[in-house]
Design a protein around this ligand. Structure first.
Ligand SMILES: Nc1ncnc2c1ncn2[C@@H]1O[C@H](COP(=O)(O)OP(=O)(O)OP(=O)(O)O)[C@@H](O)[C@H]1O
Length: 232
């Protein structure tokens, strides 16, 4: 379980604070106005930036100073970050071992992940030979190969149309359930948040609020959320 304990991050005028924990295996959407700090929150958890004060804990263990690779976290960004010169198989295999020297069991894990995301038989292709949806699936396969209990998604499917995006969110949800992983997903689409998440973190006015039950929150939105929804 992830805990953010009186975390406060500042850069120039920008402030973001957070003080809450995620339930195990939670599926949480992160929503809020542009520039409010949604990506910053994920970067803090992923270890790409460090807060000035507070602590991050995983199952009670302090991970505040851990490098990204030493955190229980796999990240998936909008661009998917596929390497164009590597095959789909190699891109996914990077999630297991960046040296790409894999044991037989690890190779089987990569093929299993490609199969699970619907890319069996696509391993030899280069990213340029994939559709947008297939590229998203390849990036998801890599995140799956990382075998970490918390998956951070920063609008990974924003470039896809609504139908494909829903399909990918459903796939992420199914995979998260099968592998008992928690998911934290930044979304600009309140509909996606409702579709996907059992809890929502509203980021606004310098605060990442504690996760709140999705249905309850949308039934009676607080002001920060009403303001945000007013623009959608
Ligand atoms: N690399 C950076 N260097 C300096 N400031 C940054 C950088 N990235 C973001 N910021 C600033 O940090 C603040 C939070 O940005 P962040 O990207 O976390 O917001 P966001 O809620 O994810 O926004 P959006 O919905 O537009 O993606 C903003 O004021 C932004 O201008």
């Amino acid at each position: 379980m992830l805990t953010l304990e009186t975390v406060r991050y500042e850069q120039d005028e920008f402030v973001l604070s957070a003080d809450w924990h995620l339930a195990p295996e939670a599926r949480v959407a992160v929503i809020g106005p542009s520039g409010a700090g949604k990506s910053t929150l994920l970067s803090l958890i992923g270890g790409f930036i460090t807060s000035q004060s507070g602590r991050l804990l995983w199952d009670g263990q302090d991970i505040t100073e851990n490098a990204p690779s030493a955190r229980p976290v796999a990240s998936l960004f909008q661009e998917g970050n596929l390497f164009p010169h590597l095959s789909v198989y190699e891109n996914a295999a990077l999630g297991v071992n960046v040296s790409l020297r894999l044991s037989a069991a690890e190779k089987a894990r990569v093929l299993g992940a490609l199969d699970r995301v619907g890319l069996a038989g696509f391993g030899a292709r280069k990213p340029a030979q994939l559709s947008g949806g297939q590229a998203s699936r390849a990036a998801l396969a890599r995140a799956l190969c990382q075998d970490k209990p918390l998956l951070l998604l920063d609008e990974p499917f924003a470039a896809l149309g609504p139908a494909l995006r829903h399909e990918m969110l459903d796939l992420v949800g199914e995979i998260a359930r099968e592998h008992r992983r928690a998911v934290l997903m930044v979304s600009h689409e309140p509909r996606d948040a409702k579709h996907f998440a059992d809890a929502v973190i509203v980021v606004a006015d310098g605060v990442a609020q504690p996760p709140q039950d999705t249905a309850t929150l949308f039934a009676k939105p607080p002001k920060a959320l009403r303001d945000y929804l007013g623009h959608h």
